[in-house]
Design a protein around this ligand. Structure first.
Ligand code: ATP
Ligand code: MG
Length: 440
């Protein structure tokens, strides 16, 4: 049996309707080109892997380029789109909503766009919240605000109920903006749609401030997060340096991956220790974190620590059993633990220290997107619209090797992206902080 291509993007059916976009026409007088489904980029950019595959006669995994297709599946005049936002807040959600609406409306002439209130809850049969009919006029200014104008939620809904709602609302395409949970939900919705033989396209625009979606280079909101965290780290340094033996601890987001913490530490290189979930470290012992901190204080009389929320969970006596409505484990507060243990350590020695603990998480995730993320959100949304209009389904739009591509949802939700502790990025973080490779 031939192996299935893990990067093949599903389609609702044959596409025969000419795109209304005035792009490259037969007479060739247009500047912009349609993108054909066959235009792909190599998944693996390693020359060694390329040579190996060629010599062994293997086909090279390749990913579909995003972009407007010459033929589309849906008749724009009769198309109803819906947008739903789930999970935690992240900078840029409103930018994505705005650009989806603008792209659908102005590029393709889709006039009915339904905003689903409060995440997947808004697709439940007993949803008490009104649907929002979105027009360019209604979304005109929303990019200036953080959060999501549609509201979000956690917690499971019955997939068949959600599909019933889509059928009742006569939705042809559902844009889901959310993290791994949302994408898994979108995949389940897409499967149920397929099982029922319906022609509803399901699209994911990965939203993860932690930048932990597998395979894709970066997700929207991530850059803004460390952009906002950077001056906070700067000010934390002022606090630390302003006291004799001053220690500032800044806790940043990063449930399973420490990209925000490491990026913030590198963007404001006054950080002496960055602790991430990927890093196994010990507090006690000659080579442990507390001894290193002690040495640092002796040398410079102040220290700045950035810690990701998911770091050091092994230091708690009991693993957290608390879950949120979606079943995500709620981590114990590593920032508080560090503050307490550092305090005890120096008290035992009779050394006076001043510890400032700063947790700006909610300020960061509710911030509006910065300029770079705003551009990125727009580009993701436009490409999502093109893919949806072409009848593609159960796919995400993302950046791979700096190019926008369509990937099956199933290919990105199997595992989380994590910092490679043997890679260049983490090495740069270590060079920036000066902390050793191992702590304990
Ligand atoms: P965040 O990055 O903020 O955690 P998320 O999208 O992962 O974003 P969740 O609260 O985990 O946020 O999930 C959002 C929605 O997706 C919830 O309504 C949840 O019930 C649903 N969901 C979560 N996990 C799954 C799953 N494995 N299958 C189907 N649906 C899921
Ligand atoms: Mg999640």
């Amino acid at each position: 049996m031939p192996q299935q291509d893990p990067f093949e993007v599903r389609k609702l059916g044959t596409v025969s309707r000419p795109s209304p976009l005035p792009l490259s026409s037969e007479d060739g007088d247009q500047l912009f080109n349609f993108v054909d489904d066959s235009e792909k980029i190599l998944f693996n950019t390693s020359l060694g892997e390329y040579s190996r595959s060629r010599s062994e006669g293997e086909s090279l995994p390749a990913v579909e380029k995003a972009g407007p297709r010459r033929n589309i599946f849906f008749n724009p005049e009769e198309t109803t789109a819906a947008i739903v936002t789930c999970g935690g807040l992240c900078p840029g959600i409103n930018n994505v909503i705005r650009s989806l609406v603008m792209g659908l409306h102005y590029f393709y002439g889709v006039k009915e766009i339904i905003g689903i209130p409060y995440g997947y809850q808004g697709l439940a049969p007993d949803n008490p919240h009104p649907y929002r009919y979105l027009t360019p006029e209604k979304v005109r200014d929303i990019h200036q605000f953080g959060g999501t104008i549609l509201g979000s939620s956690r917690g499971a809904q019955k997939v068949s109920d959600m599909v019933d709602t889509l059928v009742r609302l006569e939705v042809d395409m559902l844009f889901t903006i959310g993290g791994d949970g949302t994408l898994k939900g979108a995949e389940d919705i897409g499967k149920e749609i397929e099982k029922r033989g319906l022609k509803i396209s399901v699209i994911g625009i990965p939203k993860t401030i932690d930048n932990d979606i597998d395979l894709i280079d970066k997700s929207f909101g991530f850059e803004t997060s460390f952009d906002v965290a950077s001056p906070i780290v700067r000010d934390a340094h002022n606090e630390a340096a302003g006291a004799f033996n001053g220690i500032a601890i800044v806790k940043l987001m990063g449930r399973d991956s420490g990209f925000i913490a490491a990026s913030a530490a590198m963007s404001m290189p006054v950080v002496n220790f960055v602790l991430v979930p990927e890093l196994p470290f010990q507090l006690e012992g000659e080579k442990g974190f507390l001894k290193l901190l002690e040495k640092r204080l002796k040398a410079k009389r102040h220290a700045v620590i950035v810690v990701a929320e998911g770091a050091g969970q092994h230091l708690f006596e009991e693993a957290s059993a608390v879950q949120d409505a979606s079943g995500n484990i709620k981590h114990r507060d590593i920032g508080i633990l560090l503050k307490d243990r550092i305090g005890e350590h120096f008290k035992q020695q009779g050394t006076e220290v001043t510890i400032k603990y700063i947790d700006p998480s909610y300020i960061i995730r509710s911030a509006p997107a910065n300029a770079s993320d705003s551009i990125f959100c727009n580009r993701l949304a436009y490409q999502a619209v093109h893919g949806a209009m072409a009848g593609k389904t159960r796919f995400v739009v993302g950046l791979l090797h700096n190019q926008l591509v369509y990937l099956p949802i199933s290919s990105v939700v199997n595992r989380r992206k994590k910092i490679d502790l043997e890679g260049e990025f983490w090495f740069a973080a270590l060079q920036s902080t000066g902390q050793p490779f191992r702590m304990g």
